[in-house]
Design a protein around this ligand. Structure first.
Ligand code: G4P
Length: 529
């Protein structure tokens, strides 16, 4: 086996997704703790990691208690290099999460035992299912009273359309939570007394028939557990790795991130079954990770890590070959070679300069405005990675310059923020007015704040009643019909940042009518067609 293949095989790059407050941060921290990457519990909760990866403007989100930083946390566990791509849970930043999902090879979905499947979970899982990303489910907070395990699993099947099979099972819940039966390794881990905080303080039992079990968890719990495990075997199919990797079967784990319970079961199984870096499609061909030549794409741009310098960090997922420091790579969109003297790698909460990186890894490249989300880097081949589409925003507002002396700064600020994917910019065909489209209203504040603090520009907004921005696909359109459409809808036409034509439909009804009337034109809900 070549060194490259060895490196690829030992990498796992994944994202943790959840509704806010389900325990994503706590789980992340505990995974790092098990990996020996951090020494103390509470590092994440004390906001150390968040802070290190959070730039100044995010103070406003921090104050709101929402984590918007999508950082990379890497660590090694049993010789496996694990890259966790953090995703913001808040729905206003959903677009950020969708883009991060283009860079992961699998996903751990965290569910709160008391709340079950929540709104944000449904949306995120839908995107994973569309992309056929393998999902592992972790049901968290078993130390609290919540829904019964079987009811929760029904909910996963019905609301999320998952086909599930449990690989661990809880013994009791809430005050009665005693431990975890590991169906994957066929053993049991029990809490000892009330020392729930001690990571190593668990008792292992290797069979349900072990007489010690009766003593430890009591006759009733023991009987109930046996019945439940029988039921599990009766209802759910055996775990099948192939189905899981195709995104067609989702294993479920139970535990308590706060009390370190069920985490080791999850992690040990994860490193065995989760996929190593996968091939990825471009506009020309499929690229395999073990190809000699380096290629990768930008899936996130993180602004102003250091507020004194207006620098940005472009996060590049390496798809193939080895990324080497100080080597010129082709920026395909600009058709220009660039070399990077201080690419960053991420280890636990720290950034470091790296000489070589392998497929599955994320490198952070310092950028002063060259990159935008979706850009491809190669050793010379002109290919573009696909799969980072824009979707119609939910909110639309005119943006106005509030300080005539700072027009240039405003322009530059807007351009750069759009390249980062903070929001989408549309320019009206009729009069050149600029419209900002966002997924959530929170982004308008973020933009205003950042324009002022980073670019010295001031803006105001003006409400605009738009239902959806749809991309106009005229590939098969009839000339006469197109002319008529452009004439009639003049007031509602705009260009997106890439110059693609957009129809700003002011209501569901007007979109429906347009579709019926102009049959040769296709109205696309995403920019990728
Ligand atoms: P998030 O990143 O998904 O938003 O969730 P986070 O980990 O921040 O957890 C949200 C809250 O749930 C935190 O409580 C956290 O301590 C708690 N939590 C996480 N995992 C478990 C668990 O397994 N059991 C229990 N009982 N609680 C859990 P908080 O009160 O908001 O914060 P803090 O005061 O504990 O810092």
């Amino acid at each position: 086996m070549t060194a490259l293949i060895e490196e690829i095989n030992r990498r796992r790059t994944f994202g943790i997704i959840s509704h806010p407050d389900a325990g994503k941060t706590t789980l992340t921290e505990k995974l790092l703790l098990f990996g020996g990457a951090i020494q103390e519990a509470g590092a994440v909760k004390n906001n150390k990691i968040k802070k290190a990866a959070t730039s100044d403007f995010m103070e406003i989100e921090r104050q709101r208690g929402i984590s918007v930083s999508t950082s990379v946390l890497a660590f090694e566990y049993q010789r496996v290099k694990i890259n966790i791509l953090d995703t913001p849970g808040h729905k206003d930043f959903a677009e950020d999460t969708y883009r991060t999902l283009t860079a992961v090879d699998s996903v751990i979905l965290v569910i709160d035992v008391a709340k079950g499947v929540e709104e944000q979970t449904e949306k995120l899982v839908k995107v994973c299912r569309m992309r056929k990303i393998p999902i592992i489910v972790f049901i968290n907070k078993m130390d609290r009273e919540g829904k019964e395990a079987f009811d929760l699993m029904d909910e996963l099947e019905q609301k999320l359309k998952l086909r599930i099979t449990p690989l661990s099972f809880p013994i009791g819940m809430g005050y009665e939570f005693k431990g975890i039966y590991n169906l994957w390794e066929k053993n049991i881990n029990l809490f000892t007394g009330d020392k729930k905080k001690e990571i190593n303080n668990t008792i292992k039992i290797f069979s349900l028939d072990d007489t010690k079990l009766n003593k430890l968890i009591g006759n009733n719990s023991n009987k109930k557990l046996k019945e439940e495990i029988e039921l599990v075997h009766g209802i759910y199919e055996e775990f099948d790795e192939e189905l899981f990797l195709e995104g067609n079967l989702q294993p479920v784990f139970f535990g308590s991130a706060l009390y370190n319970f069920g985490i080791k079961e999850l992690l040990d199984c994860f490193i065995e079954i989760a996929p190593s870096p996968l091939p990825k499609t471009t506009d020309r061909r499929l690229v395999k990770p073990d190809e000699d030549k380096f290629s990768g794409f930008v899936f996130k741009i993180h602004a102003n890590m250091d507020p004194k310098h207006r620098d940005r960090l472009a996060f590049v997922k390496i798809v193939s070959g080895i990324f080497k420091r100080n080597t010129p790579y082709l920026h395909v969109r600009h058709n220009k070679k660039i070399k990077f003297s201080s690419p960053n790698t991420f280890f636990a909460e720290k950034k470091r300069i790296v000489d070589f990186s392998y497929p599955g890894d994320i490198v952070g490249l310092h950028d002063n405005g060259n990159f935008k989300i979706g850009d491809t880097l190669t050793e010379g081949e002109k290919i573009n990675y696909k799969g980072i589409p824009s979707f119609s925003p939910e909110h639309f507002r005119y943006i106005n310059n509030a300080d005539p002396m700072k027009g240039k700064q405003l322009q530059k600020g807007i351009d750069q923020l759009m390249d980062e994917g903070v929001a989408q910019l549309f320019t009206l065909e009729l009069n050149g007015r600029k419209i900002i489209g966002t997924v959530g209203v929170l982004q308008y504040e973020v933009i205003q704040y950042r324009l002022e603090h980073e670019y010295g520009a001031k803006c105001t907004y003006e409400n605009l009643n738009i239902y959806k921005a749809v991309w106009i696909n005229i590939k098969n359109s009839n000339n006469e019909e197109l002319k008529e459409f452009l004439r009639l809808k003049q007031r509602f036409l705009a260009k997106d940042k890439n110059g693609k034509l957009i129809f700003l439909a002011d209501s569901k009804f007007s979109l429906k009518i347009a579709k019926e009337k102009f049959k040769s034109i296709t109205f696309e809900l995403s920019s990728e067609f």
